[in-house]
Design a protein around this ligand. Structure first.
Ligand code: XIL
Length: 366
């Protein structure tokens, strides 16, 4: 009887401990756990986002302000004010900052690819522009960020190269070139290639070829970012495990860089994270405006637990897990790929309350 009493006391202490523990306390010594942050969230008075960020997370990334269209809106005219405010804040709070992103076709200034007459620039001009952007930006933030997404979303699901302005003008060479410039600009910074849907084997094959090529040239590449903009069904945990296995065998670490789990139906067959792949609003695509039904919440919880089980199982291969936001209220998924929906993809609800399932995640990490 006495034994049973002590056992239940112990169990309740363990449970209470898990519930009280923050995410960074639970994961801190195993891997970085982060979120993205927008400028309005940083500037909001008594920002609930900042409160939760500092309480729960130890890493952060700018959701938008370090993208090229904001940092260099006109050729040679760099604007660092917003990004500096973000990085200085994060540094002062002791949050690890990663830079997102140097070379990406989306949210990239159109001037990058054309001359004054609107004609496509030559490969030499584009190389110069890439180099000057990468040098100026990386040197500006040197010592204040730990690493950079050097190239983002370069490969399609079938393994072909995305026909971006970079690819159209420079061909496949633009990717190793970007890594070369980045390494020259700041030899201390970690360098990453970042993408979504890497569970498509053909896509992964090309990314692996790129990693090997970068390595063969003696250049640095530390990790592959798996964005992780997923839903309740796709990919399967097995598909993610195969992805992690292939990348780690190639000698790089992995990380979830933009994780969220959409609870909503998807408009098409292929889950995309390419920001221009939008779809029209339809009521049937927005079924939970009044709250998530308990059955769906349970399903969502299970999906999150499965993802964390996968992370913990592979913990020695993971550098970081970053969620694409803190509260469902501000998730980009409410407007992507369908505008004006009510989604529930993150760890904190619309009132910035930690979802109960997070206690389980914390317990698993312990
Ligand atoms: C998204 C932001 O969340 C939105 O606010 C913005 O309007 C579009 O971009 N892949 C990426 C991220 O690498 O930078 C994107 O972020 C989401 C997809």
């Amino acid at each position: 009887m006495k034994k049973l009493f002590f056992l239940s006391l112990l169990l309740s202490c363990v449970l209470q401990g898990a519930m009280g523990q923050t995410l960074k306390e639970a994961f801190g010594d195993k891997l970085l756990i982060g979120s993205c942050l927008t400028t309005p969230q940083l500037e909001e008075k008594n920002s609930p986002t900042l409160r939760v960020l500092n309480e729960q997370f130890n890493a952060v990334v700018a959701e938008n302000s370090m993208k090229s269209m904001y940092l260099q809106p006109k050729e040679g005219k760099f604007r660092f004010k917003e990004a500096d405010r973000f990085v200085n804040y994060a540094n002062a709070q002791g949050l690890k900052v990663t830079g997102h992103v140097l070379i990406w076709h989306s949210q990239c200034c159109p001037w990058f690819f054309t001359d004054k007459q609107g004609r496509k620039v030559t490969p030499e001009v584009l190389k110069k522009r890439m180099k000057s952007h990468i040098f100026r930006v990386m040197r500006h933030f040197k010592g204040r960020v730990i690493g950079w997404d050097v190239v983002n979303e370069a490969i399609m699901e079938d393994g072909s190269y995305r026909k971006s302005g970079f690819y159209e003008i420079l061909g496949e060479e633009y990717i190793p070139l970007a890594f070369q410039y980045a390494h020259e600009a700041d030899p201390d910074a970690e360098l990453y290639i970042n993408d979504y849907n890497e569970w498509y084997p053909e896509k992964r094959k090309t990314v692996l070829k790129i990693i090997n090529d970068i390595r063969r040239r003696g250049l640095r590449i530390d990790a592959v970012g798996l964005q992780g903009h997923i839903d309740m069904y796709s990919p399967t945990i097995e598909q993610y495990q195969a992805t992690i296995d292939d990348y780690t065998k190639a000698g790089v670490k992995v990380m979830f860089t933009e994780m969220e789990i959409s609870a909503l139906p998807q408009p098409g067959d292929v889950l995309s994270a390419n920001v221009s792949d939008k779809a029209a609003y339809k009521k049937e695509l927005d079924p939970y405006t009044g709250g998530l039904p308990e059955k769906v919440q349970q399903q969502w919880n299970k999906r999150l637990e499965d993802i964390f089980r996968l992370i913990l199982k592979n913990r020695e291969h993971f550098k970081r897990v970053t969620f694409w936001g803190i509260s469902d209220k501000y998730s980009w998924k409410n407007d992507y790929p369908v505008p004006g929906r009510t989604d529930y993809p993150l760890l904190f609800d619309r009132n910035f309350e930690r979802k109960p399932v997070v206690d389980k995640i914390v317990k698993m990490a312990r």
